[in-house]
Design a protein around this ligand. Sequence first.
Ligand SMILES: [Zn+2]
Length: 412
Amino acid sequence: MIEIDGNRLNARIDAFAAIGATQKGGVNRQALSEGDRQARRLLAELGAARGFSIVQDPMANLFIRRSGRQDNLPPLLIGSHLDSQPSGGRFDGALGTLSALEVLESLEDAGIETDRPVVVVAWTNEEGCRFAPGCMGSMAFASGRIPPEWETKLATDGAPFVGELAATLESLPMADMVGLGFPVHAYLEVHIEQGPSLEASDIPIGVVGGIQGTRWLDVTVTGQTAHAGTTALAYRRDPLRALTAALSSLYETVMPADPDARFTIGRITVEPGSVNAIPEQVRCTVDLRHPDQGRLNDLEQRVASMIATEADRQRCSALISRSFDMPPCTFSNVLQQAIELAAKDRNLKSASMLSGAFHDALFVNRVAPAAMIFVPCRDGLSHNEAEYVEPRHAVAGCEVLAAAALRLAGNA
Ligand SMILES: [Zn+2]
């Protein structure tokens, strides 16, 4: 058993929330900004003060390393991110990163030697709001390279990515440089749920089984524009009628038939968009999500065939293309079991669940077994300055992380 210091953890969460603090109690610590650099510096200083080694890679992913008995074994990696949304909460990311640091310090306090090294990570730019896409740090780590097209990226405030990355790297002169990507034994990440289900069921620990897949489609249905007053039904080729019929039937069937499916139409445009003309063309986006790749394929098929059928019926043509495709990720069973056992050891109730949002663990999972521990947040609120995690829940997440980490890092 390893005892964590819950007061120290919650005091650290407060200390980091002061960096980039906003009026309403949240944080604005966007990726590679001065606030982000300050938070990274504080994390590195806290680690260095305990004698841990401080390392960063060319994407400015920051690593705090505690040696193991067999120090050349691939390490257990634990952590999350320190960057935030522009009006973000103080727990999203920081909770997981500081819980990981707390585990490292608790191991040190108790004089526990682990077989493997244990490494805390703060990934660069998880949020993807100042520079898109999100999860750039973990993505580059998993692929072992920085995509060349990132070099010309500009921030939403106009700052060049390359310059901001260089300044961030330079702001940590005490850190040794390591290449992108290294062998990892396993990766664990604590994160707030960012949804309401744990709080609603009064369960402190979510064992995350995976992250649902997302697929975006662009749909175009083309007919023939004509006079609204003079064109009788038999002469109409109305693409809006075709699209609305298809969508109405999809709304009736997709989500009601499968509680894990998500089907959202977020944008529709109609051309020429004239009050007294039958439309020539309608376009819409489709956002499909499902934890199972096969079901995601089925859903895409269903959308395509329904739209084709209704387009046919109105003597229109339909064109569908994918604009984004993120396959579902399934986390390691072994790690999920380790988390479950750790919760049991601590007498904490846990429940299996899926993540609706992306996380760095999705990318790390491509190169090493990964899993996540969710803790409840008030009203399911996140990406909001009012985001709140009860101190006892922060402590619970950290205790489970510590117990699972000890199991995985080996302590023979
Ligand atoms: Zn996050």
